[in-house]
Write a protein that binds this ligand. Structure first.
Ligand SMILES: Nc1ncnc2c1ncn2[C@@H]1O[C@H](COP(=O)(O)OP(=O)(O)OP(=O)(O)O)[C@@H](O)[C@H]1O
Ligand SMILES: [Mg+2]
Length: 155
């Protein structure tokens, strides 16, 4: 049973094409935890932002929403970390930093992306076909003492 199949309209309006300021990692996690309520089966979330901007921190808020106690970590040794989302759905956290430009199919991640699960992708610009995908785009900008986090829905 998918909890929010008809994704929550109020939450959608709160987050779609909006920008937020966070001053601490905890504020970023809290924002991400609230944003996670819009996610549904099959969604792809791109996390854009320079090194250390807060992409993994944002991911931690999302895994927390889905009840995962363990914190998402930077996946230094793995490209994909797997968490439980809804009862029958998984949440995949992919970090493509170490990859050269490749297609989704070259690296065989289509089975994650084109599934009924939810995928969060750090460094999505490593994917040459990324811009064509229907996805949420989270852009994190590192400003003096704060982050500006813009949430857009593409397509
Ligand atoms: N408002 C904020 N939101 C998120 N992180 C913040 C904020 N303020 C400071 N930080 C710090 O910035 C760092 C963000 O690290 P994080 O691993 O989330 O970045 P990342 O974008 O995933 O980096 P990488 O590209 O290396 O994977 C942490 O050290 C965190 O404590
Ligand atoms: Mg990271």
């Amino acid at each position: 049973m998918v909890k929010n199949k008809n994704s929550n309209i109020a939450a959608l309006n709160t987050f779609k094409n909006k920008a937020f300021i966070t001053k601490t990692p905890q504020e970023t996690r809290n924002l991400a935890k609230k944003f996670a309520s819009v996610l549904k089966s099959g969604d792809i979330v791109f996390l854009n932002g320079e090194l250390g901007s807060g992409k993994t921190t944002f991911t931690q808020g999302i895994t927390k929403f889905f009840g995962n106690k363990g914190f998402a970590r930077s996946s230094s040794f793995m490209i994909v970390n797997e968490y439980q989302a809804f009862d029958n759905l998984k949440l995949f956290h992919l970090d493509l930093y170490r990859l050269n430009k490749l297609s989704i199919f070259d690296i065989g991640i289509e089975e994650y992306l084109y599934s009924d699960n939810i995928s969060l992708i750090e460094w999505p610009q490593r994917l040459i076909d990324a811009q064509n995908e229907n996805h949420w785009n989270i852009k994190i900008e590192n400003l003096t003492n704060k982050r500006r986090i813009t949430i857009e829905k593409k397509k």
